[in-house]
Design a protein around this ligand. Structure first.
Ligand code: SF4
Length: 345
């Protein structure tokens, strides 16, 4: 039972993407860490950082350096200015690409449920476009993975000349060069996670009750005025958040969208937007699950955050937290001790 809405002009490939304009309730997984100085029993990182879910980008930062990712939550004020500047420039290039395929409409939201409703509206409007064989951008993906809810946003989905569904992820670079191996590994991890999430969504693995339970949202919450207006305009019937959630899960399951066949990374130079090249990623589920489970075990409180090994100590030179990093200090102390013992021998 597939629904289609008038916000997606399939033939002309002109899609409207809804964007949250105002969000009184913080919609991100991370809701601040003001209570982190509380003196009490050790608490799980998910609880400590008040996370209901993780972003795929959290997991990718973790794959780069777990300790660094943890410091980003603990001490965001120490993040180097050039890093945030580069992120802003990257976001502008992504927005320009997004505007190539659809218009962006701002919608005022009033509750956390409204913010998620916008994501669902975007999914509902993109399903028929994908079914028609056209491409879409900024496709939201989410699903529970081994007990933790994970959320992401696919840059672009489209079809190859052979008719295979291809995921394309745009990466902007501050230098006009392709990335080295370590960075490529995190990019491969990112697109592989997107495939895991998307494939689960189109094969019925997203259950409304699991979604509600993780995100602690109210299914009977009435949708905001502007959201209702866009729901109606798109040709759907839903008055509560639960209605829209059920509709989205049903549409995803019965849309007969294929799972993702190919994963592709595109690198472009941030200064002038020129393309630096493409990399094709092979989906290796076993390796992916090994890395994912290692990351998730930190969030479940099953292991301490770890910094980088000595082979990757070069990462510390560019790290905003190098001056306060206890892992780095311990590693230096260990090296000087072992260096001394070698000399003694
Ligand atoms: Fe990780 Fe090195 Fe930064 Fe410490 S200094 S957080 S080990 S990259």
């Amino acid at each position: 039972s597939r629904s289609s809405g008038n916000c997606a002009d399939v033939a002309g490939c002109s899609v409207v993407s809804f964007q949250i304009e105002e969000n009184k309730e913080k919609s991100q997984g991370h809701e601040g860490s003001s209570h982190r100085k509380r003196k009490q029993m050790p608490i799980m990182p998910m609880e400590k950082y008040r996370m209901k879910y993780l972003w795929v980008t959290n997991l990718c930062s973790q794959a780069w350096c777990e300790q660094q990712m943890m410091y980003e939550f603990e001490f965001p004020e120490l993040l180097k200015l050039e890093k945030t500047d580069a992120m802003n420039k990257g976001a502008s290039i992504h927005l320009a690409r997004e505007l190539e395929v659809h218009d962006v409409v701002s919608v005022t939201t009033q509750t956390k449920e409204d913010s998620w409703a916008i994501k669902f509206l975007n999914i509902l409007s993109m399903i028929p476009v994908l079914q028609s064989g056209a491409r879409v951008r900024e496709f939201p993906v989410f699903r529970e993975l081994n007990g933790i809810f994970v959320v992401g946003m696919i840059d672009e989905l489209g079809y190859t000349p052979k008719g295979e569904l291809e995921l394309r992820e745009l990466k902007t670079r501050t230098t006009p060069t392709l990335p080295g191996t370590s960075q490529t590994v995190t990019h491969q991890f990112q697109v592989s996670l997107y495939k895991l999430l998307f494939d689960g969504m189109v094969t019925g693995l997203v259950q409304p009750d699991v979604f509600i339970q993780h995100l602690q949202l109210k299914p009977d919450q009435a949708l905001g005025e502007q959201v209702i207006e866009h729901v109606k305009r798109a040709g759907f019937t839903a008055s509560t958040f639960g209605d829209l959630l059920d509709l989205t899960c049903l549409n995803l399951t019965f849309s007969e969208l294929p799972t993702i066949d190919c994963l592709k990374l595109e690198y472009c130079y941030q200064a002038d937007g020129t393309s630096l090249g493409f990399k094709t990623v092979t989906f290796e589920e076993e390796k992916l699950m090994e890395l994912l489970n290692s990351c998730l075990s930190f969030w479940k409180g099953q292991k301490e955050a770890q910094g980088v090994d000595i082979e990757e100590a070069w990462k510390c030179r560019h790290c905003s937290f190098a001056s306060i990093c206890e892992w780095r200090t311990r590693r230096s102390e260990h090296l000087s001790r072992t260096g001394q013992s070698k000399r003694t021998k």
